[in-house]
Design a binder for this molecule. Structure first.
Ligand code: ADP
Length: 422
C-alpha cells in the first residue's frame, strides 16, 4: 500500500516538474527575446510590476534621444568636473571655440575664456557648483575670435561636476550697441537742430539790431565826406573815404546775413510755383545786367513745382546773376535744362564763364566764401550759401561741376513729389 502510494505520488510530481520545466523554458525564451531587443536598441526601458507597484528601469541606450537633442541645440552645452575640466560638450560649443568636438574633452574651460573675464568666470563657476549662477563673459576661439556669451552654470550634485549652457549673444550685443548709437545720434541731431535754431535766431537778431547803429555810422561818415572833403588835408580825405567805404560794405554784409537767416525764419508755406513764371520775373529783375553784358539765356520749358515762390526767384536770380557776373571774354550764354532721374527733378544752370577749380567747388557754397578779388568782381560771398539753404529747405541738394576756363554747371535737385506736371 505504501509503495503504491509512493508511486502515485512520484507520478504526480513528475507531471508537475515537467510543467514547471516548460514554464521555465518559456520564461527563458522571453528573457532571451528581451535581451535581443535590448541589444538591437528596440527597448529603452523596462517596466516591472510587483506588489509595491510599477518600476521603470531605463537602459543606457535610452539617453540616445537626449544626446541628439543636446547635440542639435543652438546653445553650447558643456559638463565640467569640479576642477573646471571639460568632460562632455556638444557640437555648438565646439563650433563656437572653433575646435573639433573630440579634442575638447580633458581641456580646461578657462582656456577658452578671455584673460580679462577669467576672475568673473571663476566666481560664477564657484557659485554654480553650489547651486546655480549666470554671467556675461567673452570667450575666445582657438583662432582668436571673441564671442560674447551668456553662461548659465548649474551643479550636477552627486555627480561632482557642473553643466553649463552657453548662449552666443553677439547679435543681441550688436543690436544693443546699434540701439545705443541710434539713441546717441538722435540726441546729437536734436542738439544740432536746437543749436542751429539758436544760431539762426542769433544771426537774425544781430544783423537786424546792427542795422540801426550802422545806419547812423553810414550817414554821419557820408555827411563828413560831403561837408569836409577837400577842406582838410589829403590824409583826412583818404581816411574819410575808407570810413564811408567800410560802412557801406558792412551794410551790404549785414543785409546779406539778414537775407540768409530769413530763408528759414521768414520762409513761406509751399504752393504750386510755375518755374517759367519764376524765370520771367528773374529776367525782368536782371534786365540791366543782361543788357549790359549782352547775355543770352536759353531755357527748356520748366515744370510747376511745389515751392516758396520768392525763394525760387532768389535761387534763379543768384545762379543766373553769377553766370553773367563770372563771365569770360565771350558773351555770356546761359542754358537752363531740366531732367528727371531716380525720383528727382534735376535743374541745371550752365554758363560759358571763367569756371571754378575743383578744389574750391565745395567751399563756394559756404557763407562769405569768395574766390575773386572785390575790385574785379563785386559781391559778399553769400549768394550761393543762400541758394544752398533754399534748395535744402525744399529737400533737395546743390553742387557744381566745372572746368576752369570752360564754364560751370550748377545742379539743383528736388524730390519728384514736388513736380506734379513734369
Ligand atoms: P559772390 O558772388 O557774392 O562772391 P556767391 O556765394 O554767389 O558770392 O559765390 C561765391 C563764389 O563762387 C564767387 O565769389 C565766385 O568765385 C564763385 N562763383 C559763383 N558762381 C560762379 C560762376 N557761375 N562761375 C564762376 N565762379 C562762380
Amino acid at each position: 500500500m505504501i509503495l503504491l502510494y509512493k508511486e502515485e505520488y512520484f507520478e504526480k510530481n513528475k507531471e508537475e516538474l515537467i510543467n514547471k520545466i516548460f514554464e521555465l523554458q518559456s520564461k527563458l525564451d522571453e528573457a532571451d527575446e528581451t535581451l535581443n531587443a535590448i541589444r538591437s536598441g528596440e527597448i529603452d526601458a523596462i517596466v516591472t510590476n510587483d506588489s509595491v507597484g510599477s518600476h521603470v528601469y531605463t537602459l543606457e541606450s535610452a539617453d540616445y534621444l537626449y544626446r541628439v537633442l543636446v547635440q542639435e541645440m543652438s546653445e553650447g552645452i558643456v559638463t565640467l568636473t569640479l576642477e573646471g575640466v571639460i568632460f562632455y560638450t556638444n557640437t555648438k560649443f565646439a563650433s563656437m571655440v572653433q575646435i573639433p568636438m573630440e579634442t575638447l574633452t580633458g581641456k580646461k574651460f578657462n582656456d577658452f575664456v578671455v584673460d580679462e573675464d577669467i576672475t568673473k568666470f571663476e566666481a560664477t563657476f564657484k557659485r554654480g557648483s553650489n547651486g546655480k549662477s549666470k554671467a556675461e563673459i567673452n570667450l575666445k576661439s582657438v583662432k582668436g575670435t571673441i564671442i560674447p556669451v551668456l553662461i548659465s552654470i548649474k551643479t550636477l550634485n552627486d555627480l561632482k561636476g557642473v553643466y553649463a549652457v552657453i548662449t552666443d549673444i553677439s547679435e543681441h550685443k550688436h543690436y544693443e550697441e546699434l540701439k545705443i548709437i541710434q539713441k546717441e545720434l538722435k540726441n546729437t541731431l536734436l542738439e544740432l537742430e536746437r543749436s542751429n535754431a539758436e544760431l539762426e535766431k542769433f544771426a537774425y537778431v544781430a544783423s537786424h539790431d546792427l542795422q540801426e547803429p550802422l545806419r547812423m555810422v553810414s550817414s554821419f561818415t557820408q555827411l563828413l565826406e560831403k561837408n569836409y572833403k577837400g577842406k582838410l588835408d589829403s590824409d583826412a580825405d583818404e581816411f574819410i573815404h575808407y570810413a564811408v567805404d567800410g560802412a557801406k560794405r558792412m551794410h551790404e554784409l549785414i543785409n546779406d546775413l539778414l537775407s540768409y537767416s530769413r530763408v528759414t525764419s521768414h520762409g513761406k508755406i509751399f504752393g504750386p510755383v510755375n518755374l517759367d513764371d519764376v524765370l520771367e520775373q528773374v529776367l525782368i529783375n536782371l534786365k540791366v545786367q543782361i543788357e549790359e553784358n549782352d547775355a543770352v539765356i536759353v531755357s527748356d520749358p520748366l515744370p510747376t513745382v511745389s515751392a516758396d515762390y520768392s525763394q525760387m526767384v532768389q535761387l534763379f536770380q543768384n545762379l543766373i546773376g553769377n553766370a553773367i557776373k563770372y563771365r569770360g571774354d565771350e558773351k555770356p550764354i546761359i542754358n537752363i535744362t531740366v531732367d528727371k532721374r531716380d525720383g528727382e527733378l534735376i535743374l541745371v544752370v550752365s554758363d560759358n564763364g571763367i569756371g571754378i577749380e575743383s578744389k574750391h567747388q565745395e567751399r563756394i557754397f559756404e557763407i562769405f566764401q569768395r574766390l575773386q578779388d572785390r575790385d574785379k568782381y563785386q559781391g559778399t560771398g553769400i549768394g550761393l550759401s543762400i541758394c544752398k539753404k533754399i534748395v535744402e529747405r525744399h529737400n533737395g541738394s546743390i553742387w557744381v561741376e566745372s572746368v576752369p576756363g570752360n564754364g560751370s554747371d550748377f545742379y539743383c535737385t528736388f524730390p519728384i513729389r514736388f513736380v506734379p506736371d513734369l
